[in-house]
Design a protein around this ligand. Structure first.
Ligand code: OAD
Length: 261
Protein backbone atom coordinates (compact mmCIF):
# COMPACT_ATOMS: atom_id res chain seq x y z
CA UNK A 1 0.00 0.00 0.00
CA UNK A 2 1.19 3.50 -0.69
CA UNK A 3 2.81 4.92 2.45
CA UNK A 4 0.73 8.09 2.55
CA UNK A 5 -2.48 6.04 2.48
CA UNK A 6 -1.23 3.61 5.10
CA UNK A 7 -0.39 6.46 7.48
CA UNK A 8 -3.62 8.32 6.90
CA UNK A 9 -4.30 12.08 6.73
CA UNK A 10 -4.05 12.79 10.46
CA UNK A 11 -0.65 11.15 10.81
CA UNK A 12 0.66 12.82 7.65
CA UNK A 13 -0.54 16.15 8.99
CA UNK A 14 1.43 15.57 12.19
CA UNK A 15 4.51 14.72 10.15
CA UNK A 16 4.09 18.00 8.28
CA UNK A 17 3.50 20.28 11.25
CA UNK A 18 5.33 18.82 14.27
CA UNK A 19 8.40 20.45 15.78
CA UNK A 20 9.59 17.72 18.10
CA UNK A 21 10.38 14.26 16.74
CA UNK A 22 11.90 11.31 18.60
CA UNK A 23 12.64 7.69 17.82
CA UNK A 24 13.24 4.61 19.95
CA UNK A 25 15.32 2.03 18.12
CA UNK A 26 16.22 -1.57 18.87
CA UNK A 27 18.28 -4.34 17.35
CA UNK A 28 16.01 -4.58 14.28
CA UNK A 29 17.37 -1.29 12.94
CA UNK A 30 20.84 -2.85 12.67
CA UNK A 31 19.66 -6.24 11.37
CA UNK A 32 20.15 -5.26 7.74
CA UNK A 33 23.71 -4.20 8.54
CA UNK A 34 24.39 -7.79 9.56
CA UNK A 35 24.15 -7.41 13.33
CA UNK A 36 22.09 -10.18 14.94
CA UNK A 37 18.98 -9.25 16.90
CA UNK A 38 18.23 -10.86 20.27
CA UNK A 39 14.75 -12.38 20.21
CA UNK A 40 14.22 -13.33 16.56
CA UNK A 41 14.36 -17.09 15.80
CA UNK A 42 18.06 -16.86 14.84
CA UNK A 43 18.79 -14.08 17.34
CA UNK A 44 21.52 -14.01 19.96
CA UNK A 45 19.28 -15.21 22.79
CA UNK A 46 18.34 -18.28 20.71
CA UNK A 47 22.03 -19.28 20.71
CA UNK A 48 23.34 -17.94 24.01
CA UNK A 49 22.04 -17.72 27.55
CA UNK A 50 21.52 -14.09 28.58
CA UNK A 51 22.09 -14.84 32.27
CA UNK A 52 25.53 -16.27 31.43
CA UNK A 53 26.62 -13.49 29.07
CA UNK A 54 24.74 -10.37 30.05
CA UNK A 55 24.70 -10.28 33.83
CA UNK A 56 27.21 -9.49 36.58
CA UNK A 57 26.75 -13.01 37.98
CA UNK A 58 27.64 -14.50 34.60
CA UNK A 59 30.69 -12.23 34.34
CA UNK A 60 31.96 -13.07 37.81
CA UNK A 61 31.47 -16.79 37.30
CA UNK A 62 33.36 -16.83 33.99
CA UNK A 63 34.98 -13.48 33.08
CA UNK A 64 36.87 -14.93 30.09
CA UNK A 65 33.76 -16.37 28.45
CA UNK A 66 31.84 -13.10 28.81
CA UNK A 67 34.80 -10.99 27.68
CA UNK A 68 35.36 -13.20 24.59
CA UNK A 69 31.69 -12.93 23.63
CA UNK A 70 31.83 -9.13 23.76
CA UNK A 71 35.09 -9.14 21.79
CA UNK A 72 33.35 -11.29 19.17
CA UNK A 73 30.46 -8.78 19.00
CA UNK A 74 32.93 -5.90 18.79
CA UNK A 75 34.65 -7.52 15.83
CA UNK A 76 31.27 -8.02 14.10
CA UNK A 77 30.50 -4.33 14.54
CA UNK A 78 33.91 -3.24 13.24
CA UNK A 79 33.16 -5.09 10.00
CA UNK A 80 29.63 -3.79 9.36
CA UNK A 81 28.34 -0.43 8.15
CA UNK A 82 25.27 1.69 8.83
CA UNK A 83 22.35 0.80 6.56
CA UNK A 84 19.69 3.00 4.90
CA UNK A 85 17.59 2.94 8.10
CA UNK A 86 20.39 4.50 10.15
CA UNK A 87 21.05 7.03 7.41
CA UNK A 88 17.36 7.99 7.11
CA UNK A 89 17.17 8.67 10.86
CA UNK A 90 20.29 10.83 10.60
CA UNK A 91 18.74 12.74 7.72
CA UNK A 92 15.57 13.31 9.74
CA UNK A 93 17.67 15.44 12.14
CA UNK A 94 18.27 17.86 9.28
CA UNK A 95 14.59 18.11 8.32
CA UNK A 96 12.87 18.94 11.61
CA UNK A 97 13.60 21.44 14.40
CA UNK A 98 14.16 18.76 17.06
CA UNK A 99 14.97 15.09 16.63
CA UNK A 100 16.23 12.88 19.46
CA UNK A 101 17.24 9.32 18.88
CA UNK A 102 16.86 6.98 21.84
CA UNK A 103 18.51 3.65 21.22
CA UNK A 104 18.82 0.35 23.03
CA UNK A 105 21.61 -0.59 20.64
CA UNK A 106 25.22 -0.70 21.74
CA UNK A 107 26.72 -0.76 18.23
CA UNK A 108 27.11 2.99 17.65
CA UNK A 109 25.84 2.62 14.06
CA UNK A 110 23.50 5.61 14.49
CA UNK A 111 26.45 7.85 15.27
CA UNK A 112 28.45 6.40 12.38
CA UNK A 113 25.51 7.25 10.09
CA UNK A 114 25.61 10.87 11.25
CA UNK A 115 23.03 11.15 14.03
CA UNK A 116 24.33 13.65 16.57
CA UNK A 117 21.68 13.56 19.28
CA UNK A 118 21.70 9.94 20.47
CA UNK A 119 20.72 8.71 23.92
CA UNK A 120 22.26 5.28 24.55
CA UNK A 121 20.02 3.57 27.08
CA UNK A 122 22.06 0.37 27.29
CA UNK A 123 25.56 1.84 27.01
CA UNK A 124 27.87 0.97 24.13
CA UNK A 125 30.35 -1.66 23.04
CA UNK A 126 33.20 0.76 22.39
CA UNK A 127 33.98 1.58 25.99
CA UNK A 128 35.10 -0.36 29.07
CA UNK A 129 35.24 0.40 32.76
CA UNK A 130 36.29 -1.25 35.99
CA UNK A 131 33.60 -3.50 37.43
CA UNK A 132 34.79 -2.62 40.96
CA UNK A 133 35.66 1.09 41.07
CA UNK A 134 33.93 2.26 37.86
CA UNK A 135 37.03 3.96 36.43
CA UNK A 136 36.91 4.15 32.61
CA UNK A 137 39.53 1.87 31.03
CA UNK A 138 41.09 3.04 27.75
CA UNK A 139 44.32 1.02 27.57
CA UNK A 140 45.07 -1.96 25.37
CA UNK A 141 42.78 -4.97 25.48
CA UNK A 142 43.18 -8.53 24.25
CA UNK A 143 40.54 -10.86 22.86
CA UNK A 144 41.19 -13.56 25.46
CA UNK A 145 40.52 -12.11 28.89
CA UNK A 146 39.46 -8.88 30.59
CA UNK A 147 42.26 -6.56 31.69
CA UNK A 148 42.72 -5.48 35.28
CA UNK A 149 42.02 -1.96 36.43
CA UNK A 150 45.31 -0.05 36.92
CA UNK A 151 43.81 1.82 39.88
CA UNK A 152 42.26 -0.95 41.99
CA UNK A 153 43.07 -4.25 40.28
CA UNK A 154 39.40 -5.01 39.62
CA UNK A 155 38.17 -6.73 36.48
CA UNK A 156 37.47 -4.49 33.50
CA UNK A 157 34.10 -4.99 31.79
CA UNK A 158 32.35 -3.64 28.69
CA UNK A 159 30.34 -0.45 29.31
CA UNK A 160 26.99 -2.01 28.44
CA UNK A 161 24.01 -2.41 30.74
CA UNK A 162 23.44 -5.98 31.88
CA UNK A 163 20.25 -7.60 33.14
CA UNK A 164 19.56 -6.63 36.71
CA UNK A 165 21.50 -3.36 36.39
CA UNK A 166 20.19 0.18 36.43
CA UNK A 167 20.24 2.20 33.24
CA UNK A 168 22.42 5.34 33.38
CA UNK A 169 20.11 7.63 35.37
CA UNK A 170 20.84 10.84 33.43
CA UNK A 171 20.29 9.13 30.06
CA UNK A 172 17.01 7.53 31.16
CA UNK A 173 15.79 10.81 32.61
CA UNK A 174 16.55 12.62 29.35
CA UNK A 175 14.86 9.84 27.35
CA UNK A 176 11.71 10.15 29.49
CA UNK A 177 11.72 13.92 29.07
CA UNK A 178 12.08 13.44 25.32
CA UNK A 179 9.16 10.98 25.25
CA UNK A 180 6.91 13.34 27.21
CA UNK A 181 7.71 16.25 24.87
CA UNK A 182 7.63 14.42 21.53
CA UNK A 183 4.90 15.21 19.03
CA UNK A 184 5.91 12.35 16.74
CA UNK A 185 7.51 9.22 18.24
CA UNK A 186 8.88 6.50 15.96
CA UNK A 187 9.41 2.99 17.33
CA UNK A 188 11.77 1.08 15.09
CA UNK A 189 12.99 -2.52 15.23
CA UNK A 190 12.38 -3.29 18.87
CA UNK A 191 10.38 -6.13 20.39
CA UNK A 192 9.45 -3.66 23.16
CA UNK A 193 9.88 -6.34 25.77
CA UNK A 194 12.72 -4.94 27.83
CA UNK A 195 11.94 -2.29 30.43
CA UNK A 196 12.34 0.56 31.12
CA UNK A 197 13.03 1.23 27.40
CA UNK A 198 9.76 -0.43 26.42
CA UNK A 199 7.78 2.04 28.56
CA UNK A 200 8.94 5.05 26.53
CA UNK A 201 6.48 4.70 23.59
CA UNK A 202 3.64 4.41 26.11
CA UNK A 203 4.84 7.51 27.95
CA UNK A 204 5.00 9.42 24.66
CA UNK A 205 1.50 8.21 23.74
CA UNK A 206 0.08 9.26 27.12
CA UNK A 207 1.46 12.74 26.46
CA UNK A 208 -0.18 13.00 23.07
CA UNK A 209 2.53 11.91 20.64
CA UNK A 210 1.66 10.31 17.35
CA UNK A 211 3.21 6.84 17.46
CA UNK A 212 4.53 5.24 14.27
CA UNK A 213 5.89 1.71 14.51
CA UNK A 214 8.29 0.23 11.96
CA UNK A 215 8.58 -3.50 12.46
CA UNK A 216 7.73 -6.50 10.24
CA UNK A 217 6.21 -8.18 13.33
CA UNK A 218 3.55 -6.87 15.75
CA UNK A 219 4.74 -5.91 19.24
CA UNK A 220 3.03 -4.60 22.40
CA UNK A 221 3.47 -1.09 20.93
CA UNK A 222 1.25 -1.99 17.97
CA UNK A 223 -1.82 -1.62 20.22
CA UNK A 224 -1.19 2.11 20.70
CA UNK A 225 0.47 2.91 17.36
CA UNK A 226 -1.36 5.38 15.15
CA UNK A 227 0.29 3.62 12.22
CA UNK A 228 2.29 0.40 11.91
CA UNK A 229 4.57 -0.03 8.92
CA UNK A 230 5.08 -3.79 8.59
CA UNK A 231 8.30 -3.63 6.64
CA UNK A 232 12.00 -3.83 7.26
CA UNK A 233 13.49 -0.59 8.54
CA UNK A 234 15.98 -0.40 5.65
CA UNK A 235 13.18 0.16 3.16
CA UNK A 236 10.48 1.69 5.39
CA UNK A 237 12.53 4.49 6.97
CA UNK A 238 13.99 6.02 3.79
CA UNK A 239 10.44 6.13 2.37
CA UNK A 240 9.05 7.64 5.58
CA UNK A 241 11.77 10.29 5.77
CA UNK A 242 11.31 11.11 2.10
CA UNK A 243 7.61 11.62 2.78
CA UNK A 244 8.38 13.84 5.78
CA UNK A 245 10.69 15.94 3.62
CA UNK A 246 8.01 16.20 0.94
CA UNK A 247 5.16 17.23 3.22
CA UNK A 248 7.31 19.82 4.97
CA UNK A 249 8.03 21.69 1.74
CA UNK A 250 5.60 23.98 -0.05
CA UNK A 251 5.44 21.62 -3.02
CA UNK A 252 4.72 18.62 -0.87
CA UNK A 253 2.09 20.53 1.07
CA UNK A 254 0.46 21.53 -2.19
CA UNK A 255 -0.09 17.92 -3.10
CA UNK A 256 -2.17 17.34 0.01
CA UNK A 257 -4.91 19.15 1.85
CA UNK A 258 -2.63 19.77 4.80
CA UNK A 259 -2.41 23.05 6.63
CA UNK A 260 0.32 24.17 8.96
CA UNK A 261 -1.07 25.14 12.33
P1 OAD B 1 14.89 -7.84 19.96
O1 OAD B 1 15.78 -8.88 19.37
O2 OAD B 1 14.15 -8.18 21.20
O3 OAD B 1 13.82 -7.37 18.89
C1 OAD B 1 14.19 -7.06 17.58
C2 OAD B 1 12.95 -6.56 16.87
O4 OAD B 1 13.36 -6.11 15.58
C3 OAD B 1 11.87 -7.61 16.64
O5 OAD B 1 10.61 -7.08 17.03
C4 OAD B 1 11.90 -7.87 15.13
O6 OAD B 1 10.61 -8.15 14.59
C5 OAD B 1 12.42 -6.56 14.62
N1 OAD B 1 13.15 -6.63 13.35
C6 OAD B 1 13.92 -7.62 12.88
N2 OAD B 1 14.46 -7.28 11.69
C7 OAD B 1 14.03 -6.03 11.41
C8 OAD B 1 14.24 -5.11 10.33
N3 OAD B 1 15.02 -5.42 9.31
N4 OAD B 1 13.62 -3.91 10.39
C9 OAD B 1 12.81 -3.58 11.44
N5 OAD B 1 12.58 -4.41 12.47
C10 OAD B 1 13.18 -5.61 12.47
O7 OAD B 1 15.81 -6.53 20.15
P2 OAD B 1 15.55 -5.28 21.10
O8 OAD B 1 14.12 -4.92 21.16
O9 OAD B 1 16.53 -4.25 20.70
O10 OAD B 1 19.46 -5.49 26.05
O11 OAD B 1 16.00 -5.87 22.50
C11 OAD B 1 15.99 -5.04 23.61
C12 OAD B 1 17.13 -5.38 24.52
O12 OAD B 1 17.10 -6.77 24.84
C13 OAD B 1 18.51 -5.16 23.93
O13 OAD B 1 18.95 -3.83 24.03
C14 OAD B 1 19.35 -6.07 24.75
C15 OAD B 1 18.45 -7.30 24.76
O14 OAD B 1 18.63 -8.18 25.78
C16 OAD B 1 20.55 -5.71 26.79
O15 OAD B 1 21.48 -6.37 26.40
C17 OAD B 1 20.49 -5.02 28.10
Amino acid sequence: MELRKLLGDRVVERLASSQRFAALTGAGVSAESGVATFRDPNGLWAQFRPEELASMEGFLSNPERVWQWYQYRRHVIERVRPNPAHRALAELETLVPEMTLITQNVDRLHQRAGSTRVLELHGNLEENHCADCGLPYCDRISDESPPRCPACGGLVRPSVVWFGEMLPADVLQEAERTARRAEVFLVVGTSAEVYPAAALPFLAWQHGATIIEVNPTPTPVSAIAHASIREKAGSALPALVELIAAVRTTDGMGQTTLRRR
